[in-house]
Design a protein around this ligand. Structure first.
Ligand code: 13P
Length: 262
């Protein structure tokens, strides 16, 4: 079966102790889920990263950073360098999360600089893209996603596809005020994304998993994971309790296997 991806962005929640507790519990809970079938990743706060790295097995749970600067060093007060992430052994970085773009005003050109820098440092970029409610209303979601991908991956060698992940997170579907997208809508958008990736990278684009995020919960995870163009789920709130996340993952894998006759 194809590998399914499950991950969570802890956003600005959980300090060092809570992150450690959460990771230990999640690792214990999920230890008998075959990692050949599932990739599990957690993206905690920066301050928790050193403890997170030492408390969990990277074969079981991959750890990522929520953002990074494109420069290695310099006069960039408040930023985190890719070299600092490398020093911690971090091999995954989220780039262009909706909150970075819309609360902190990041642009596609900045995301492209970050993607290039991450790849240069051997850190896997997880590029997040998604349209706003307004863009959806005007019927330009496909165009927006295509633009975010074309700029975000500008001048990236197709050979790098094996080191890239993409998450589709429509802005209107994220967080406490978000409306979950229907599985059919996500499937349609993932098809657009995969088409754009193919245009950018050619056949190598097949290697890029495309994850969905935005109000994923136990009530919609099964329908989402069954969509052929959805390779995994990137979960916020519904994953911040280790027991609940373990349950959601098991249920989704079970549904996937039953429906695909594995
Ligand atoms: P929610 O699942 O809480 O909507 O958050 C999704 C998200 O932003 C993942 O990056």
């Amino acid at each position: 079966m194809k590998k399914l991806y499950f991950g969570s962005n802890l956003k600005m929640y959980k300090g060092i102790q809570d992150t450690e507790k959460y990771l230990k519990k999640l690792e214990e809970n999920t230890k008998n889920i075959n990692r050949e079938e599932m990739e599990l990743f957690i993206i905690p706060s920066y301050t928790s990263l050193p403890e997170a790295v030492s408390c969990c097995d990277s074969q079981m749970i991959k750890l990522g950073a929520q953002n990074m600067c494109w420069e290695d060093q310099g006069q960039f007060t408040g930023e985190i360098s890719p070299c600092m992430l490398e020093e911690l052994g971090i091999k995954l970085v989220m780039i262009g999360h909706s909150e970075r773009r819309h609360v902190f005003g990041e642009s596609d050109i900045e995301e492209n600089r970050k993607v290039k820098s991450a790849l240069r440092h051997g850190i896997r970029p997880l590029l997040c893209i998604g349209e706003t409610a307004e863009e959806k209303k005007y019927g330009i979601s496909g165009e927006i996603l295509r633009q975010q991908l074309k700029i975000g991956f500008y001048e990236i060698d197709p050979e790098e596809c094996k080191n890239i992940w993409v998450a589709y997170e429509p802005v209107w579907s994220i967080g406490v005020n978000g409306t979950p997208a229907t599985a059919e809508y996500v499937q349609k958008m993932h098809m657009e994304i995969k088409k754009a990736l193919r245009e950018i990278f050619g056949d190598n684009a097949e290697q890029i998993p495309v994850l969905y995020g935005g109000s994923v919960n136990p009530g919609n995870a099964d329908q989402l994971i069954l969509q052929p163009a959805i390779d995994g789920l990137f979960v916020g709130r519904a994953a911040w309790d280790a027991d609940a996340f373990d349950k959601l993952i098991r249920q989704a894998i079970h549904t996937y296997k039953r429906n695909k006759n594995y």
